[in-house]
Design a protein around this ligand. Structure first.
Ligand code: C2E
Ligand code: CA
Ligand code: CA
Length: 435
């Protein structure tokens, strides 16, 4: 099957010609290709490449012409890597590797040009033996630059054995495929929001819920967010994805609130937070769903605050003035600077699940949870303990004055319909931890 990423080429077809500008590189998925160059008017083959190998990357790296021709020796299936993909990888790679690659390529181009000049001045006999040395030189050179290119695409230059290179190429082709699938996932309606209850610890009632995204991918199956949120951030897809999340979560909040007066927590990513349309997106979503701003809590991480404190301060003040609540997610795992607890208008601390899990096995974790609950109270903030899995944890947290708990003890994140059922049962079904 051919897609915008894969290309099938029949045996005997030229994939690209020496001297042409290059707009993409390839990884061989199946079949064999031959690389050749014209030396003294003769086509000299200098490499045969097989499944898992990369070619055509040089013209992309230095924005130059194709230094060789590529011919399909058998029927081949190729994975296409765009110029844009390579450029981004180079831009974010280690500067030393970037420089090394540039030097290697410049020398390659230089020697390529000189050898052509020299070979033209040789007689036929000299030229035949020179051609085979030249081919062997290019073959060695190809291996070297291919290692560097691979180092660039994976940003760790060390230990590049051929086994590692193959693994790198495999993971490059996986991540290109994933990125492409992710791009279409929104249009194909493959995302779904799950909802996890946030429970009032002293009353054992649902006070709110957190919207958590899932990807029902036709190729990868049911995929949790830690396997695609970073990629969505890197590629910028998080912006349209975030708009979709906000819209869906607000619509769900409207429906849920017909049954109980609960709030909706929405996770925000750094890039989304920094986008120009962010404030308008959230206000529109709330308006369209016909709910008020004060039933939406926005969960942000410490890294959002640290990466651009000025922007964060003005955006959070704006959100706060508009009536939204702000929670700090995973509190205690990042920089945990107390300075931002008074600098930013934060309503809620979400105590990271690592402290909650360790409460009964580590005295310090117990003290951290107690101190954070007390600190939040003194600062007039609410606390939510994450990852509550056991009854003794919820009791201890309630004893510390922690306001809310969220975790498998109450319920795992569940689809929309199941969450509605949870709300319709007046009392919380306490799921077993193994559920
Ligand atoms: P998070 O915001 O800290 O979300 C809580 C995570 O803890 C969720 O994982 C939830 O399923 C899990 N969890 C809840 N209770 C328990 C428990 O009792 N025990 C354990 N072990 N885990 C529990 P999930 O849904 O896989 O999400 C992982 C992360 O992905 C989230 O961490 C959040 O950073 C990100 N994420 C999820 N949905 C969204 C989204 O819509 N937008 C953005 N930007 N990020 C999201
Ligand atoms: Ca969260
Ligand atoms: Ca969290």
């Amino acid at each position: 099957m051919e897609s915008e990423l894969t290309k099938n080429v029949s045996a005997g077809t030229t994939i690209f010609h020496e001297g042409e500008p290059g707009d993409c590189a390839y990884i061989i998925q199946n079949g064999e290709i031959e690389l050749s160059m014209l030396i003294n008017g003769k086509d000299s083959v200098f490499a045969t490449l097989k499944k898992g190998e990369l070619f055509g990357e040089m013209a992309l790296i230095d924005n130059n012409f194709r230094s060789a021709s590529a011919l399909a020796k058998t029927d081949v299936e190729l994975l296409t890597i765009s110029r844009d993909y390579i450029s981004k990888k180079i831009e974010f790679s280690d500067p030393t590797i970037r420089m090394l690659l540039q030097v290697v390529l410049e020398r390659y181009r230089d020697i390529h040009a000189r050898l052509h000049d020299v070979s033209e001045s040789l007689d036929e006999h000299e030229s035949t033996s020179a051609n085979s040395s030249i081919s062997s030189f290019f073959s060695q050179y190809l291996k070297l630059s291919s290692k560097l290119a691979s180092a660039i695409t994976h940003q760790h230059a060390s230990h590049h054995t051929s086994d590692n290179i193959n693994k790198d190429l495999e993971s490059t082709s996986d991540s290109i495929t994933k990125e492409n699938n992710l791009k279409h996932a929104l249009d194909n309606n493959e995302f779904e929001l799950y909802y996890q209850p946030i429970v009032n610890l002293s009353q054992n009632t649902i006070a709110g819920c957190e919207a958590l995204i899932r990807w029902n991918s036709p190729t990868l199956g049911f995929t949790p967010p830690d396997q695609f949120i970073n990629l969505a951030e890197k590629t910028g897809l998080i912006i349209p994805m975030g708009q979709w999340i906000t819209k869906q979560a607000c619509l769900a909040a409207h429906d849920f609130r017909k049954h109980q007066n609960i709030y909706m927590s929405i996770n925000l990513s750094t890039r989304q937070f920094e986008s120009d349309s962010f404030m308008a997106d959230i206000e529109n979503a709330v308006k369209e769903a016909n709910i008020s701003n004060d039933c939406i809590k926005l969960e942000i991480t410490e890294s959002i605050l640290m990466s651009n404190p000025e922007l964060a301060e003005s955006a959070l003040n704006q959100l706060k003035a508009a009536g939204f609540s702000i929670a700090i997610d995973d509190f205690g795992t990042g920089y945990s600077s107390f300075s931002y607890l008074h600098r930013f208008p934060i309503d809620t601390l979400k105590i990271d699940q690592s402290f909650v899990n360790a409460m009964f096995s580590n005295k310090r974790s117990m003290q951290i949870v107690r101190t954070l609950s007390q600190l939040a109270k003194n600062l007039d903030m609410k606390t939510i303990a994450e990852g509550v899995e056991e009854k003794n944890e919820s009791q201890q947290l309630d004893g510390f004055g922690c306001d809310y708990g969220q975790g498998y003890m109450y319920s795992r994140p569940v689809p929309y319909d199941d969450f509605l059922k949870l709300l319709k049962h007046d009392s919380l079904p306490v799921a077993s931890p193994a559920n």
